[in-house]
Ligand binder design. Structure first.
Ligand code: TXE
Length: 497
């Protein structure tokens, strides 16, 4: 089946199991990045809609229908949802490609793997265990219980909506929470569809809600709502600061995944062909709109010139085209605003004296927000382009002489999400893995993802971890229960026990 990107689609939100428009009746347009044309309309939720959604999630959280489900039963629901996603892979992949301009090749791969997050997390639902504590008090025993937190606000960006939602919603539900999902205003379609599948899977009404709308209105109303107990956010650092301020009002817990300026470090002994492909994957896949984009290339001086030449040759062959075409290798930027950001970065890099090796302009296309793969040679790791996240297909390159110098440059960044190390020297690979400050280290590979492996950042890349075995625990409160084993009456009230 092939979806028609030209036919205007209309979507609703799901609040407490009811499919609905915004109370105001207002809608907003979503644009297809390959054409710049409106392809869908969504309800523009305001504070009243958000209040209804949070109330529905709060009611569902305390409902016997949800609370009385055993963890094993919750796991079964998540497994069913995974099956339904698997059955609908092609539709979801096409929708996401039309909505955010991501290559159909990539959305097929990402959606094809998505069920694994639900299956893996489903298996964790009934393995959330408490502990008995070895106390230093002979007449007492204590144990811990892990409980769900309550209503979770999941705030999702536009670059990989389904994936970034799966790694929040699956563990949140496995642990027994309820969720209000807020997609990006630029890519809401697949998250609305996901909630439909959750309904089909039998997840009770109100447990998973979706409100569509803009960040400063819908998003801010949700993150500052007093009944929201945790906010799971992926997006930019500037928005994260707003979210942190909102959370402070109600002491909501937070997890933040905020992107980076991830180094790709190529040593002279590396398999250079693999390194070229790994670097192309890291910065030009998804047109660089990836939180883990390997945008800072540190190349050993002995291989610097031949490496950059090979990289530029490979990047110049990238087939830019309609993201829905099977043979396209790079699609458009997801939004016109993001294209403008890329153009500003390129202008500034030129003004700062960086040397353009490739790209640096829009390709000759009749329509859409495309940008060429771009490579700049920088003068210093302190350059703006070496330090700031572009979120576009722009690589900043610099040579190094020693391992110490490479390490110092890798760590001289506010960010710390991912790093790629390219070497055949096993001791050096482990040294770098130990010493580079980032949440993910890829050795002789890049952009590998698994439901079993955690993602998350150091420093300005955020805090909290998603995916992997601990992800479910991030959605629990730990409670300590004390039992007095003594049959003696409590005598003195004014002593510490
Ligand atoms: O994300 P935003 P944007 C980076 C990238 C990009 C920049 C901005 O560098 O250029 O962030 O991207 C919601 N209260 N990343 O504007 O603004 C918003 O509606 C509550 C990194 O798309 O961070 C959307 O649902 N919510 C990144 C979500 O926050 C608010 C992925 C993300 O929006 C809000 C994308 C508010 N006040 C961009 N304002 C990554 N880590 O992968 C906005 N939102």
């Amino acid at each position: 089946m092939s979806l028609q990107p030209d036919a205007l689609r209309s979507f609703q939100m799901c609040i407490g199991g009811e499919w609905t428009d915004a109370l105001s009746g207002n809608t907003f347009d979503s644009l297809n990045p390959a054409t710049g044309q409106v392809w869908a309309q969504f309800p523009d939720a305001d504070e009243r809609d958000v209040n209804c959604a949070v109330d529905a999630a709060h009611t569902a959280f305390h409902s016997s229908e949800w609370r009385s489900l055993t963890p094993t039963a919750r796991g079964k629901l998540l497994r069913k949802l995974g099956d339904l996603i698997a059955e609908n892979t092609e539709t979801l992949a096409q929708l996401e490609s039309i909505d955010n301009g991501k290559l159909i090749r990539e959305t097929r791969g990402q959606v094809g793997y998505l069920p694994e997050f639900f299956y893996y997390t489903a298996g964790l639902a009934d393995k959330i265990e408490g502990e008995t504590l070895p106390l230093d008090k002979p007449d007492m025993m204590a144990y811990t219980i892990r409980e769900p937190i309550g209503v979770i606000a999941a705030i999702i960006p536009w670059n990989s909506p389904l994936y970034l939602t799966a790694i929040k919603v699956a563990p949140a539900l496995a642990a027994g929470n309820t969720v209000v999902l807020k997609p990006s205003e630029h890519a809401s379609a697949t998250l609305v569809e996901l909630v439909k599948l959750a309904e089909q899977a039998g997840i009770p009404k109100g447990v998973l809600n979706v409100v569509t709308g803009f960040g400063p209105s819908t998003g801010a109303a949700l993150t500052s709502h007093p009944l929201v107990r945790k906010i799971a956010f992926t997006g930019g650092a500037a928005t994260a600061r707003h979210v942190i301020r909102s959370s402070a009002e109600n002491f909501a817990r937070l997890s933040l995944e905020l992107g980076g300026k991830s180094p790709q470090i190529v040593f002279a002994d590396a398999d250079l062909e693999s390194a070229v492909n790994g670097i192309v994957a890291g910065i030009f896949a998804a047109s660089g709109q990836s939180c883990v984009a390997g945008s800072r290339l540190l190349i050993h001086k002995d291989v610097y010139e031949p490496f950059i030449t090979a990289l530029a040759e490979r990047a110049a062959r990238i087939k830019i085209g309609n993201p829905q075409a099977d043979d396209s290798e790079m699609g458009p930027m997801a939004t016109a605003a993001q294209l403008a950001v890329v153009e500003d970065f390129v202008a500034r890099a030129k003004a700062d004296g960086a040397r353009l090796r490739l790209g640096g302009k829009r390709p000759d296309m009749a329509q859409g927000w495309y940008y060429e793969p771009t490579i700049f040679e920088c003068n210093s790791n302190a350059d703006y382009l070496m330090q700031e996240e572009v979120f576009g297909p722009v690589a900043a390159v610099i040579p190094f002489e020693t391992e110490e110098e490479a390490l110092a440059m890798a760590n001289d960044s506010n960010y710390g999400l991912a790093a790629g190390i390219w070497t055949r020297d096993i001791a050096r690979a482990h040294r770098m893995a130990r010493d580079v400050h980032s949440g993910i280290i890829w050795v002789n590979t890049y952009r590998a993802v698994s439901a079993m492996a955690s993602i998350g950042g150091f420093k300005h890349s955020g805090y909290g971890r998603e995916s992997g075995i601990d992800s479910v625990l991030e959605y629990t409160e730990r409670k300590t229960v004390w039992i007095n084993l003594s049959s003696e009456p409590m005598a003195d009230p004014f002593v510490m026990r």
